[in-house]
Design a protein around this ligand. Structure first.
Ligand SMILES: Nc1nc2c(ncn2[C@@H]2O[C@H](COP(=O)(O)OP(=O)(O)OP(=O)(O)O)[C@@H](O)[C@H]2O)c(=O)[nH]1
Ligand SMILES: [Mg+2]
Length: 668
């Protein structure tokens, strides 16, 4: 599924340049984006692991009745960047980022449950000489964990205004807004930090001085900590990061995830399928037969409905992923997976991008900016589109629904198998790249483990609603357009019944004599479809896909999905819906496809063909926006071209092998 431009990035440049500009700076995972969302009312992505934001984001806010620009930055541990995302933050601070105004003031966001680790950056920020406020965030969690901070003391130690806030509950937000307004009005320059190092001969003691200062300030201002909370975190970490138990826990979490997404979704999906079937049937009753009826029933309801029935599954996927991201577990899973990933040449830091690629490869490719080494990053980017993104979900669901009607557990297992195949292919290809064009050993993982947090149901629901809306918008625009083109290609030229071949006319006459009018009508529909533009194009490309077991309708469906893979579902819905089998008064889309016949008279979607289609869609690169992002992140067309070439060959060969093996095994 392609991502739309962030509304926060759509401010006119001229407008922003004239406005006072405030940047949110802070350690990774300190809650900068959550605060940004609170202050702007936007819904930028947040998650409980370091490195969620990898690009600056800006929006206009009102402060004391006057407009200002607020910039959210990627998290940094220091102002000496070590990865591309950190470089973005530092470039904005220096005024070196194109089209972004240099900030006039800073809000340094600090995690109050992790004060000591956040303060070294505060000291560097204060040295920039910009008007600065420190926002002490996550105070709700600090309260729950029994961490108490003496705010007056801390403010004195820092020598700047300090505001305690909670981006989660909203407490302290009005005070923060007032403090920023005053900061922009008065523009006080912070007093110089008390830890600067006079030594000019070595690079290390500056850091040491900063860390000593952070330790001292923490000791002076943290009044109370809770050993019980720390003990609980340690106990959970011992389990989740254990080389064996940790792997078992990971397998369990993932299994639960897929069963939830698959099993729960089947109920609303069945209702929606029935609703669209009813709507199609109703249209046929109220509209006179003809081109318009076919346009509405087959083109619009059939095509878009064929896509929309998968909405519940998409929603559940994003909801479950949001809860998982917010829990703090993912950083632990990265540690457990690091060893395995490094064995195939992937860095441990690729884990979170790989997991988020299960939603969409585009943000995942951008998220790989957290990987410091260029070769490590390139290997990761090259294999990310192999992981199952949400646009593949409708294709998988359609195929497993056709393959195993009425057995949700088998469906769930095959569905999970597709995800596993994508992951295995990504690991295998990473290994191949490491042995060939991107030789080298990935760096070992050093990662900060965030606190475990109770996931926010509200945030997860908001993410889900956004994604659902994006899915509906996509179905109502791009997919609808593809459906209409497909419908037009399948409708015209319309061969009159009298011009159909004589053997077809004879069969039709015989069926009518037997009183089987629906079957006669279906036969005419089939013959007309075969003589349409779609039939001609399908037959032209079909020889390419014949070894994979695809008939001409599937072949044209595959071609239609090279710009956006999910388009195949709607294309098939239109094409199979139009060659109506007449088996039922109002057959659902799945029923129509199940009843469709292939050239030999057997089911068009037999087991080898369904499996081959599944394998093809697991492995093929069919997403133009992903290619564009690969180009942007790598700076050359070589990598996206290679990505397209190797994935297409891999998909074709694997689908061909699957079809041949399944046909041999089943004697098909
Ligand atoms: N309980 C609680 N959780 C918070 C608060 N602020 C942020 N969070 C959670 O902390 C996690 C990190 O929040 P983000 O806003 O993504 O942090 P960030 O600083 O933008 O992180 P990066 O983009 O990785 O640098 C998310 O799970 C948030 O829901 C808060 O005040 N209270
Ligand atoms: Mg962020």
């Amino acid at each position: 599924m392609s991502t739309k431009p962030d509304p926060a990035l759509t401010l006119p440049v001229v407008d922003q340049a004239a406005l006072p500009c405030v940047a949110l700076l802070g350690n990774p995972n300190a809650g900068k984006t959550s605060l940004f969302n609170r202050l702007t009312g936007l819904r930028a992505h947040t998650a409980n692991f370091p490195g969620t934001t990898v690009e600056h984001r800006r929006a206009r806010i009102e402060l004391g009745g006057a407009p200002a620009t607020l910039i959210d930055l990627p998290g940094v541990y220091s102002l000496e960047p070590s990865s591309p995302d950190e470089a973005v933050a530092v470039a904005v601070l220096r005024g070196e980022e194109a089209r972004v105004p240099r900030p006039d003031a800073l809000v340094v966001v600090v995690d109050s449950t992790n004060l000591e680790r956040n303060l070294p950056l505060v000291s560097q920020a204060l040295e920039l000489g910009l008007p600065t406020i420190v926002a002490l965030n996550l105070t709700d969690l600090a309260d729950r964990l029994g961490v108490r901070i003496d705010l007056r003391k801390l403010s004195q130690e820092l020598g700047c205004t300090l505001v305690a806030v909670s981006a989660r509950t909203g407490s302290g937000i009005p005070e923060l807004q007032s403090a920023i307004t005053a900061l922009l009005a008065e523009r006080p320059v912070p007093v110089s930090a008390p830890h600067s190092c006079a030594c000019t001969t070595c690079g290390g003691c500056g850091y040491t001085a900063r860390f000593h200062w952070a330790e001292g300030v923490t000791r002076a201002s943290v009044v109370e900590t809770s050993p019980r909370a720390a003990a609980m975190t340690d106990a959970l970490d011992t389990l989740f990061t254990h080389p064996v138990i940790g792997l078992g826990a990971f397998a369990l979490v993932m299994t639960g995830f897929f069963v939830l997404v698959f099993w729960v979704a089947q109920f609303p999906m069945a209702w929606m399928d029935a609703a669209f079937a009813w709507a199609g049937g109703w249209t046929q009753q109220v509209m006179p037969p003809g081109v318009m009826q076919s346009f509405v029933a087959d083109g619009v309801i059939g095509g878009v409905g064929g896509m929309l029935i998968f909405l519940p599954q998409i929603c559940l996927l994003f909801f479950a992923l949001a809860l998982l991201e917010d829990s703090g577990y993912l950083s632990r899973a990265s540690l457990v997976m690091d060893k395995l990933m490094r064995r195939v040449g992937l860095p441990g830091k690729a884990f979170v991008p790989m997991l988020s690629a299960h939603a969409c490869a585009i943000p995942a490719i951008m998220a790989s900016r957290v990987i410091e080494d260029r070769r490590d990053r390139l290997v990761t980017i090259m294999v990310l589109p192999l992981l199952t993104c949400s646009a593949r979900v409708p294709v998988y669901a359609l195929m497993v629904g056709l393959l195993f009607p009425g057995s949700p557990l088998t469906q769930a297992a095959v569905f999970a198998g597709c995800y596993a195949l994508g992951a295995a292919a990504a690991f295998g290809m990473a290994w191949v790249f490491r042995k060939t064009i991107l030789k080298g050993q990935p760096r070992p993982l050093v990662i900060e483990l965030p606190n475990y947090r109770r996931p926010s149901l509200r945030d997860a629901l908001l993410v889900t609603m956004d994604r659902a809306w994006a899915f509906i918008r996509n179905a109502g625009t791009t997919i609808l357009l593809i459906c209409l083109v497909m419908w037009a290609l399948a409708t015209f030229p319309r061969t009159p019944e009298s011009e159909l071949p004589s053997e077809v006319q004879a069969q039709v006459a015989q069926l009518r004599q037997q009183g089987d009018d629906p079957a006669a009508q279906a036969l005419i529909g089939q013959a007309q479809l075969e003589r349409s533009f779609a039939g001609a194009i399908g037959r032209f490309v079909q020889p390419v896909f014949d070894p994979l077991g695809f008939d001409w309708r599937m072949s044209i469906g595959v071609v239609s999905s090279f710009a956006a893979r999910e388009a195949i579902v709607s294309s098939l819905s239109v094409l199979y819906g139009m060659g109506d089998d007449g088996a039922d008064d109002q057959p659902s889309l799945l029923a129509k496809m199940r009843a469709a016949r292939g050239p030999g008279g057997g089911p068009a979607f037999n087991v080898p063909t369904c499996l081959s289609l599944l394998v093809f869609y697991v492995l093929a690169m069919q997403c133009l926006p992903t290619q564009a992002v690969t180009w942007r992140e790598t700076g050359t067309w070589t990598w996206p071209a290679l990505q397209l070439a190797y994935m297409s060959v891999l998909a074709y060969v694997a689908a061909w092998g699957t079809h041949a093996a399944a046909s041999a095994l089943l004697g098909a």
